[in-house]
Ligand binder design. Structure first.
Ligand code: GDP
Length: 699
């Protein structure tokens, strides 16, 4: 990080539009990483201010107060306590929602008490007129001892002014709002005397919160100022009350709401969307439309990408001099990259819909709606968010469980989340559905393929719920929670937020998973192009000297040689070794190879088959899908991808834990190998049995 840049920290309650302000300030100049040692997401962006001044904008996790109850909130406190941190803000922007000022200001007063220059950003100003809200900005600035920026990150107004205010951060007051002595004069005065060089409110945080404080040992402060847990709690409550008294006094003059104007559209809509019948009906209808659209809309771009890469491959093999490099390019690298890019349309559409649901405020209604049901299964309403974000990827979803306060509910959510259909399964589903489910319409408008896809998603979700139920019965961990959920206002989704989210997620897929896919494609190409022993090296002579091969055409001959070579290559031998275990599920050794390689990540499955069929066939012009569709099992004489084996594969991928990263994250979040190993054995064992039964019944 460059030192001359102004360090700006964005702080705020969840749902106040902090991300939108961040996006407005930084555009696509964002870097996402993790805080050292923990998995909380760290977002830093860069912003150009007037006069050629630059700022690093740090988007801190949403937090209600500095009384931490989650790891995310700890991150905020630790940063603000440690002045030596290179991210320590020169200026803090506390973002608030004009409609929830009173509640949002609690955090603001706490940040002020840390004596950091603070700008109060009052967001969603576009809603003031409709809600009949007026603010007396000069009065508020004077009494809150701050500068105020009234902005609408949706409409983009106020952002330019905010940038100007950031530049003048040195002139902003860093005076505290609340004198801690009013909480308990005797206690705080003695604390002040004991550590005269320290900020009183910092000391108080170190005593009450489970955080590190670089300059002083926490133990040292705590041991000389011990109080019983209940005494501390009482003082904390008193602190909160004092803060709200202060806020109320200021807002009494500074904020006016004309109730007659405030319309009650929201509560009407809430009543329908969280209704015990309509609520669910609407939720399922929305899901249904989403899955239909993902399939319909992605068809054209996917076909285009598929055929483009097939053409590139054949172009390379026809025009470049024959040799190892050409073969690596046309049979390893090009199909590998194609195997990544082809999923972009579906992933982008999925995220488009998810971010629209989140942005509009609807997702919170779903959380509320589902809480009652989830509770019956040992989950919390808050588990809906991990379960739904699990449709993207289990890794961030498992990380998102940190909001769940109760350990048992959290552990169960972690364990069952990998059952939800992640985007890595989508490629596998997409190609197999396209091969074995007819592209027909039932009742004239229901696309059968879209319907199958939706059923698979429901199956994953159902399995997650069912396993949660079982785990809840088996596990003996106690604890109670109270359910609190934010109900943000309904809003039209902001294009910029949605677009950035879609781009970020797609990029994460292409560069994260993509790297693995490409690397595995190249390894596979090697394993499939070389083999041990005589059979592989003398494939040509062996095939030509076989009696039954006499007199066949040259093109057919070279196909025979190529597939004989593949069978005797390293990978062929591996596939053949596991064939006895998987043939009862309807898979041949080639699919076996794909299953082995896709343990690293599911999406490798299709790329693997693409590589194997490119190496195995003499013709690179055809698309992956056509090659898979044409594959015949030499023993049964039937298509390899038929209805029975297709369904069996779909079920196998629905349940099996084919993902090394999920294991890693579960280990990290549960801090034990016991849970990930259990997860692996149970999920993959179950997958095997279900796929076996399905194939045996359908064949
Ligand atoms: P965060 O949770 O604080 O990061 O909030 P987000 O940036 O995700 O925004 C929460 C919701 O508020 C989203 O639906 C945004 O579209 C909406 N929102 C953000 N800024 C504004 C604004 O200035 N005006 C209005 N009306 N809505 C906004």
């Amino acid at each position: 990080m460059i030192n001359e840049n102004i360090n700006v920290a964005l702080i705020g309650n969840p749902n106040v539009g902090k991300t939108s302000v961040f996006n407005q300030l930084t555009g696509l100049n964002q870097q996402v990483g993790n805080y050292p040692g923990i998995t909380v997401e760290k977002k830093i962006g860069f912003c150009k201010l007037p006069n050629n001044i630059k700022a690093n904008i740090l988007d801190l996790p949403g937090t209600y107060s500095l009384n931490a109850s989650s790891i995310d909130e700890n991150v905020v406190i630790e940063l603000l306590l440690n002045k030596n941190d290179k991210l320590y803000p020169d200026v803090a922007l506390v973002v608030t929602d004009v409609e929830n000022l009173k509640r949002n200001l609690l955090l603001f007063t706490q940040i002020k008490d840390l004596e950091i220059p603070t700008i109060l950003v009052i967001n969603m100003a576009d809603r003031m007129e409709q809600k009949g809200i007026t603010l007396d900005i000069p009065y508020l600035e004077e009494h809150l001892k701050t500068k105020i920026s009234l902005v609408s990150s949706r409409k983009g107004f106020g952002i330019a002014e905010l940038k100007k205010q950031i530049i003048t951060y040195k002139t902003i007051s860093s005076e505290p709002c609340l004198n801690a002595s009013v909480i308990d004069p005797e206690y705080f005065d003695s604390l002040r005397k004991a550590f005269p060089s320290q900020l009183l409110y910092k000391l108080w945080l170190v005593i009450t919160q489970d955080v590190n404080f670089l300059n002083l040992e926490r133990k040292e402060i705590q041991s000389s100022f011990t109080k019983s847990h209940s005494d501390l709690k009482r003082l904390q409550q008193k602190e909160t009350i004092k803060r709200y008294q202060f806020i109320n006094d200021v807002l009494k003059v500074g904020l006016k709401v004309d109730i007659a104007i405030a319309k009650d559209f929201r509560s009407k809509l809430d009543r329908v969307l969280t209704h015990k019948v309509w609520g669910y009906a609407i939720f399922f209808a929305i899901l249904f439309i989403i899955f239909q659209s993902i399939f319909e809309w992605s068809k054209i771009p996917m076909d285009f990408i598929d055929s483009t890469f097939a053409n590139l491959s054949s172009l390379a093999s026809k025009n470049l001099p024959e040799g190892v490099f050409t073969s690596l390019l046309s049979e390893g690298i090009i199909p590998g990259i194609g195997g990544i890019l082809i999923f972009i349309p579906q992933i982008a559409f999925l995220f488009l819909f998810i971010s629209i649901l989140e942005e509009s405020g609807y997702m919170s209604r779903v959380v509320f709606l589902m809480d009652k049901i989830m509770r019956k299964f040992g989950l919390s309403g808050k588990s809906v968010v991990p379960l739904i974000s699990g449709t993207a990827c289990a890794i961030p979803a498992i990380m998102a469980t940190r909001n769940i306060e109760n350990w048992k509910e959290r552990l169960i959510t972690i364990l069952v989340t990998p059952f939800t259909t992640c985007s890595a399964r989508l490629p596998v589903y997409a190609i197999i559905i396209a091969l074995v489910i007819p592209d027909n319409y039932v009742l004239g408008f229901l696309n059968l393929q879209g319907l199958t896809l939706m059923l698979l998603y429901l199956l994953g979700f159902g399995m997650a719920i069912f396993s949660a139920y079982v785990l809840n019965k088996i596990m003996k961990i106690k604890g109670k929670t109270f359910f609190v959920v934010e109900m943000p206002n309904y809003k039209l989704p902001m294009f910029k937020n949605v677009a950035i989210n879609v781009i970020e997620k797609t990029k994460a897929f292409v560069f994260g998973a993509g790297k693995i896919i490409l690397a595995i494609s190249i390894i596979l190409w090697f394993l499939a192009s070389y083999g041990p022993g005589k059979n592989f090296n003398n494939a040509d002579t062996i095939q030509r000297s076989k009696v039954e091969n006499k007199g066949i055409e040259e093109s057919e001959m070279s196909n025979k040689i190529a597939s004989f070579k593949l069978e005797n290559s390293y990978i062929g031998i591996m596939g053949k070794t596991i064939e006895p275990v998987i043939s009862p599920l309807g898979y041949d050794w080639k699919i076996g190879i794909a299953i082995i390689s896709s343990f690293a990540a599911r999406e490798v499955f299709v790329g693997t088959l693409a590589t194997i069929y490119s190496v195995g066939g003499s013709d690179n012009e055809d698309t992956i899908k056509n090659k898979m569709g044409a594959e015949i099992n030499p023993i049964t004489g039937k298509k390899v991808f038929n209805f029975a084996s297709g369904i069996s594969l779909l079920l196998f991928y629905a349940f099996a834990l084919q993902c090394a990263s999920t294991l890693a994250i579960t280990k990290k979040e549960t801090n034990s190998w016991k849970w990930p190993v259990g997860q692996l054995i149970f999920m993959s064992g179950f997958a095997y049995v279900v796929a076996l039964i399905a194939f045996q019944l359908l064949k």
